[in-house]
Design a protein around this ligand. Sequence first.
Ligand code: URA
Length: 753
Amino acid sequence: MKVEVPPEGSRYAKVILIGEAPAKEEVLTGRPFQGSAGRYLNRFLRLAGLRRNELYITNVSKNRAPKDTMSLIPFQELEMWRKRLIDELNGLFEPKILVPLGRYALESVTDKKGISNFRGSILTPRECIRHKCIVVPTLHPSVVHYNYSVWPLIVADLARVRKLAESDVPYEPPTFNFIIRPTFQQVIDTLEMLKKANFPMVVIDVETPHDRLSAIGLAWSRRDAISIPFYYGTGRDYWTLEQEAEIWKKLAEVLPQLNLANQNVFFDWRILYEHNIRLKTPTWDPMLMHHCLYPELPHRLDVITSIYTDIPFYKKDEKGEKGSTLRAGMERDHWIYNCYDVVAAFWSIENLRKELAEEGLIRVYIDLYAEMIEPLLEMNLRGVPVDVEQLKEARKVLKKLIEDYTQEIYEQTGCKLNVNSPKQVSELLFGTLNMQPYKGEKTGKKALKKLAYKYQSDIPTMIIDIRAARKELSLFSEENVVDGRVRCDYSLARTSSGRLASRKAFSRGGMNLQNVKRGEQRKFFVAEKGHILVGGDQKQAEARVVGWYARDRKFLDLFAKGKSIHLENAKNIFGEYVEKDDPRYVISKSLIHGSNYGLSAFTFARIANIPLADAKRHLELYHSTYPGIRKVFHAYVEQEIKRCRTLVNPFGRRHIFFGRIGLELFKEAYAFLPQSTVSDVNKKALKRLYKHYIVLLELHDGLILSVPKGEVHFAIEALREAYDIPFQIWGETHTIPIEVSVGQNWAEMEEVE
Ligand code: URA
């Protein structure tokens, strides 16, 4: 006989938690949520300020599910449990909030599907539930078994439940005043009103389905918004030509006067710039504000909306169609969506501002985010010039190389090879050519090199070369290099360390600049006409920051000497200076790069290509030579993570680490302080320079400027001054020195004194 686990708690409870089904420990104890999911649940309830003994806790199924898997409960049986659950809920005394945990509970008490979308939303229950209550779903606590970092979202949802439960006034869903399908006069009047009203903030959002601007949304409060449409789902224009021209004229007049804000301002500002409208530099962007508060959490508007507003999830309709798409006959949905986007961003900004203020982070936000918007917008729009002639030549050479080598392989083997198909490469090498594969990755670059050597065959080498050539061709394809420039999107919110990330821009090419390798590929990047590149690089910056945190004299001495720190370190570790081509030089270098961030002996052995025993010995020697790295720096980081999961860098940038506490998390945390400090120095230098110089590239620890040939001296001075940014670690003031270099292209920059 199957044992049923009954619900727990008072019939008079205000908050009702609904789980899925009991598991082993629940059956043993006869109480819901006793096992590992229960332990997580208890922790989340405590963090959210809810008392378990004041709640009513039940499950959809009162029996254990086959293999503890809800999807294995037969449909009829699940329906039976759902009916029983509704009766059970209807028998309770005026519950205020139902909290379904996970998808099965959500689908039992509402008509919504998709727990990750609807978590945190305030919903109405199914009609068969006879209470005047609300539903606030959240994720099932057991998701943290496989996706640990979502726990803050569960806590945020439960905190919302607590607030709603404590409130004396009944919950009223928000109401909105959306102007959709406007007449020409409504558009003109609304824009005129916005111009005159002098609102402290207006949120703007452009929709661009099919790569064409379909609508512009504007919100001037949490409830008031307009969506100005431009065409229908069929592609037919919404306005006559004259009307549209008038509207654009009015937009160009009014928008630049408003204090605009939005989610991911970089996108909207660029799109409007491409329509010849230059907007005022914004200050508030929920994505950036949320990143400043919680760099590790997702910063999509739907997630932010679920935490900071009462607007239920609206990004997809019942059928799973995205509101951002514009479909014939369904235009209304698109325009309403556009209005929701702007009011959601408006509302989120108001609450994020409060939270930034409460957390003492407003100044940090302005300094490291808001004031970075203008220089990055400029860089995104301007792009980096590329030597088009040289690129054309290089493309020809690469194409020829691919053709020749492919033909050569064909002549030697009779095989028309696609080098990017591991299957075809394997068949050729290990079938036709009878080579013996190495363990592990069989057709990767390393394996191919070994095979070329072992079998004295040039086929693996040709495969490597063809692959490299194809990669380079696609990186510098005509799609990525437009009008002789590579334009990418720099983003401030894509890394949790606060480092900038660049990527291929939506619909206008570009590339991730971090993918551009040292050497050959960089030679295509050049200065503006008549200019030269002048670069500033923070010297061994991260290692220095580690040294300051570690307060390790001997380690800091490495920087004081004239020689490179890797040579000095080799001397400390091996007792003598080594040449750069000595294998011990690589060991010395990887020791500094890796050990500071908690590199394991195993990984170190792999990187330095040495036996594990040697790796262990070197690591121990390294740490006994510079004891401060472990004893002061690592110990400090670990202590702070265990105490409050939080680190704050010298510029006030905060990182709360939500991961499972352990070695992997510590490693991430060791890296945060040096990486973010160096990146923030770079940001401050960029802010000082961009009004006077053309900044072409941001490279985490350096900048590259395009400078008129006659002004190189001034630029060098300006770079040195810009990087003179003092900050404190353990009460001592430091600055990171820079190395300056000059060159015709990014690959050939020569250091200057
Ligand atoms: N998971 C649930 O959904 N309910 C329980 O009671 C225990 C684990």
